[in-house]
Design a protein around this ligand. Sequence first.
Ligand code: UGA
Length: 460
Amino acid sequence: TINQVSKICYVGAGYVGGTSAAVMALANPGIQVIVVDTSRAKTDRWNSKHVPINEAGLDLVIRITRDGLSEHDSAQPQRAANLVFSTDCSRHVREADIIFLTVSTSTKDYGEGAGAAIDIGDLKIAVETIAVAAKPGAIIVEKSTVPCKTAQMIQDILQYHRPGVPFEVLSNPEFLAEGTAVMDLLRPSRVLIGSGKTASGLAAAEKLASLYHWISPEKILRANHWSAELAKLASNAILAQRLSSINTIGAMCEAIGADITEVSRAVGMDPRIGPSYLQSGLGFGGSCLRKDTLGLAYLAEVDRFVERVIQSFHGTLRGKKLVVFGYAFKENISDSRESQSIQVIRQLLLEQPEEITVYDPGCDLDFMQDELLRTLSPMNSPVKTYQNPYEACEGASAVLILTPWEAFKARSSPWCQPVNWGSLLKHMKQPRWVFDTRRQVQAEELEKLGCKVVTLGRSS
Ligand code: UGA
């Protein structure tokens, strides 16, 4: 029928664009799903054997949808491929029934609102392309996190270029978290669709909802545009608030001899509060929470931690080698945007340690090295990256655990070998310290092996 969706297009092959398009293609084998980006380097990476991001299950979803291969036998074609990554923006936008805006938005670093506002410069450029190319009746969906009232701006740009041509704009924010992206997309807590309340607005919302056929209807929420846009920002703000609160309480634990793990467990059992998202640490990293609720308690946690490391070495790190475990902003991923690690390393370097080595089972060695050189070069930094945790620890005085990898807990995971702390400590130099920001190691056991352990959220 005339209403059927046969082709959809995601504009922006970033984290959200790539993963959500792949899952959409998996769930809708009859629909052509195209992800376009102006960067050839980006689409090439999505088209290569190794997809650019490290997400559990993503490789498999891409193999099935992009290459049309069977889930069980990779040599056996099972279904037609229906996922394409391309730089031919105009063509695919022109042919699409539904166009998702998935360009990345970051914190504005120039002009009015610098350091605080969300930058929608790239989004505007994408909307211009869409305004020129899209077919009449196409539905344009904002998925990127945007400031409130962006749907109005999109509508204005469309009308300016194509006066009188009918286009519907919807807001359909994405709530996935990195590291669990595929599961979050397959089993979302909710799908939120904001639309105009006109007949055509509501019809567009229904059409979009029909793509989410695998999700139970009570989880698909309808709202107006502005509620949908605001709900996304509000969710991140409240998550950030929760982390700020628990980190403040962690600082109090250290001061008064309480243990944050015990406090979180007790607090989280109140059904009104709930147990998730109550792990204290170094504030929040990543590109979203910070961007959306800028400044909140973030640097304060890093400062407090670095201060504790320096105090442990009686006020100076000169002549010491330190090892950072965890470079990406959390475990099981390779994304280092806004990672606390870089902040920690930057601040440690001010104390002129002999060397800092970095190990993260999820990050590419060259990538880390390049990025560190680029961000720290003025400090002429003695920072090296390692693929092997034991080599990274050779002659070191301290290991700083910044993210909660299973491997650091000496447990195995699909990603990497467990760390053997006994042999790791043998590579280190006395006095040996482990600074554990995420309560990964058994402090008592390591102490028996002749190592001092500082656990954030505990006073010892
Ligand atoms: C966050 C939200 O969780 C998603 O719902 C949202 O869609 C996303 O932002 C976005 O707007 O795109 P993300 O930044 O990928 O997702 O990662 P989180 O799992 O929320 O972690 C953020 C930071 O908080 C990390 O540094 C993590 O280590 C830290 N964290 C998280 C804690 O310190 N303690 C916790 O209990 C949970």
